[in-house]
Write a protein that binds this ligand. Structure first.
Ligand SMILES: [Zn+2]
Length: 447
C-alpha cells in the first residue's frame, strides 16, 4: 500500500481510514440500496428543502447596462510615468458597466464600474450633474468606481497631449450619462443576495518598516507580512426566474500585473471576462478596494494577469456558493466632502468625497476617493461591522488625485505617503462613521 509512505497528518488519516475500512479496489462495493416508493415519496425535510428552495422574494428592481470604452485611437496609457510611447493595440476591451437598484420604496442607486485608471473629479462632477438633471438621481446615490488598470488610456491632460485627453473625457462623460440612463430604463424585478470569500494574490507592496536597519530585507519590498485585505465581497442579482443577471464583486489590489503597451483590464478585466463567459447572460462588475499599497504577485506577464483573474473569479464563485444570504430592506445613501489637511497649510484645500451606501439591512458599502491604503478598509470593517452583515470598502471612487495615506503610512513615509498632516485618517474615517450612523436612523434616510 503506497499510502504508508505518506507522512502528513491528513495522509495519516487516509492511511487509518484505508486500514480500517479497506479501499474501493480491495473490497467489493456493497450493493446499492434500491429506493422504495416510501423513500421517494416522503423525503426528509432536509432533502425536500434542497430539492425545492423557497422562491426568492422579488423585493428589488435591478437594471444593467454596459458600454465599451476602449479608445478608438492609440492613446498614451495611464499609470506608469516612465512610458515613452503610446499604446500599440488592444489585448482586451475596456468597459464601463452600470447596475441600477431600486428598493420597494422606490429609492434608487446606480453603481458604475470602469476599467480605467481613475475617476477624474471633472468626470464625476459632470456626470453627477447630468444624471441628476435627466434622471432625478441624487448625487449620493451615484457611485463611480475605477479598477485602476495601468493598461487603460491616460485621460488627464499631459503636456502635448491635451487634445486627446479632452476628447476621451468628453466621450467618457457622454457614455456614462447614457449608460446610467440605460441601466435605470432596464429596472425589472429582482432578488439580491450577498456573500464573501477570499483571494490571496494581493501582497503589501511596501517594505517592512518594522525590520531593524541591518536586516537582510530591511529595504526590500514587497512585504509578505504587511497588512492586506483579501476579502472578495459579492452582490448577486437574479431575475424573477432565479437566473443570475449580475455579480458585483470587489478586491483590494492594484491592477498592475501588466506593464506593456496593449489596452487591457489586467486581472480585474480577466476576472470579469471569465465570470461572464462561465455564466452566460451575467454582467460581471469589478469594484476596486483600498489597494493603494497592494500589488498582485507575481507579476509582469499576461499569463499571470490571467491567473490572478482566475483566482479572483474563483473567489467570486466561492462567495456565490458559500451560503449566500438574501438581501432585504431599503437603499440609503449619503455623500459628503471633507477637506484633507496638508502638512503645508498654505496648499490648496482638497475636497475629498466620502460616500456610504446601505443596500438592504446587511450590506454597507463605504466608498473613498483616490488611492487609499488598506488600513482604511481594515479599520472601517472593524468599526462598522455587525456580522453577518458585511462592510464593503471601495477606494478609487468619485475622485482621483494621488495617494491617501493612513496615519501609519504617513509616519513611515515612502511612495504612498504624500505630505498630508497627521489627522487625515481620523478625518476620513470619522466622516464615514458619521454618515453610516445617519443612515441607520430612518428619519435621516436620503431618498
Ligand atoms: Zn496606483
Amino acid at each position: 500500500m503506497t499510502a504508508f509512505a505518506l507522512r502528513c497528518s491528513l495522509c495519516s488519516l487516509v492511511v487509518f481510514l484505508t486500514l480500517r475500512f479497506g479501499s474501493a479496489e480491495e473490497k467489493p462495493q456493497q450493493p446499492t440500496r434500491t429506493p422504495t416508493a416510501n423513500t421517494v415519496n416522503t423525503p426528509s425535510p432536509g432533502a425536500a428543502a434542497k430539492r425545492s428552495p423557497p422562491a426568492p422574494r422579488l423585493d428589488w428592481k435591478a437594471g444593467l447596462a454596459a458600454a465599451k470604452i476602449t479608445p478608438d485611437t492609440l492613446m498614451w496609457m495611464a499609470g506608469y510615468g516612465a512610458r515613452k510611447k503610446p499604446a500599440e493595440g488592444t489585448l482586451q476591451d475596456l468597459y464601463a458597466k452600470a447596475m441600477a437598484l431600486e428598493d420597494e420604496g422606490g429609492h434608487r442607486a446606480v453603481i458604475v464600474t470602469l476599467d480605467l485608471i481613475g475617476v477624474l473629479t471633472s468626470v464625476r462632477e459632470s456626470v453627477e450633474k447630468q444624471v441628476e438633471e435627466q434622471h432625478k438621481l441624487p448625487p449620493a446615490a451615484l457611485l463611480l468606481n475605477a479598477s485602476h488598470t495601468h493598461c487603460g488610456p491616460e485621460y488627464r491632460e499631459r503636456k502635448g497631449r491635451e487634445e486627446e485627453a479632452r476628447n476621451y473625457e468628453q466621450f467618457l462623460q457622454s457614455t456614462l450619462v447614457k449608460l446610467v440612463g440605460e441601466a435605470l430604463a432596464d429596472l425589472q424585478p429582482a432578488s439580491l443576495t450577498y456573500g464573501h470569500a477570499r483571494a490571496g494574490f494581493a501582497m503589501n507592496r511596501r517594505r517592512n518598516y518594522a525590520l531593524p536597519k541591518d536586516d537582510i530585507n530591511a529595504n526590500k519590498a514587497p512585504n509578505p507580512d504587511g497588512p492586506v485585505d483579501h476579502d472578495v465581497p459579492v452582490l448577486c442579482v437574479s431575475d424573477d426566474a432565479g437566473t443570475q443577471r449580475a455579480v458585483l464583486f470587489g478586491y483590494a489590489c492594484h491592477n498592475t500585473t501588466l506593464q506593456f503597451f496593449q489596452f487591457c483590464g489586467d486581472y480585474a478585466g480577466f476576472a470579469q471576462e471569465y465570470l461572464e463567459t462561465d455564466h452566460p447572460g451575467t454582467t460581471a462588475m469589478f469594484v476596486m478596494g483600498c489597494g493603494a499599497d497592494q500589488n498582485p504577485y507575481p507579476r509582469s506577464t499576461v499569463e499571470l494577469a490571467q491567473k490572478h483573474g482566475r483566482s479572483l473569479a474563483t473567489g467570486v464563485e466561492a462567495a456565490l456558493f458559500a451560503n449566500p444570504r438574501p438581501l432585504h430592506g431599503s437603499i440609503r445613501c449619503a455623500l459628503e466632502y471633507v477637506d484633507l489637511p496638508w502638512a503645508d497649510a498654505m496648499k490648496e484645500q482638497r475636497h475629498y468625497p466620502v460616500q456610504v451606501m446601505c443596500i438592504g439591512g446587511d450590506v454597507t458599502l463605504v466608498t473613498l476617493a483616490s488611492e487609499v491604503v488598506v488600513d482604511y478598509s481594515l479599520r472601517l470593517k472593524r468599526e462598522l461591522r455587525r456580522p453577518p452583515a458585511i462592510v464593503w470598502v471601495a477606494g478609487y471612487s468619485n475622485g482621483y488625485f494621488g495617494y491617501i495615506p493612513s496615519e501609519r503610512v504617513l509616519a513611515e513615509g515612502g511612495y504612498e505617503a504624500p505630505s498630508y498632516a497627521p489627522g487625515i485618517e481620523d478625518k476620513i474615517i470619522g466622516k464615514a462613521v458619521e454618515l453610516y450612523q445617519q443612515l441607520e436612523k430612518p428619519a435621516t434616510q436620503t431618498p
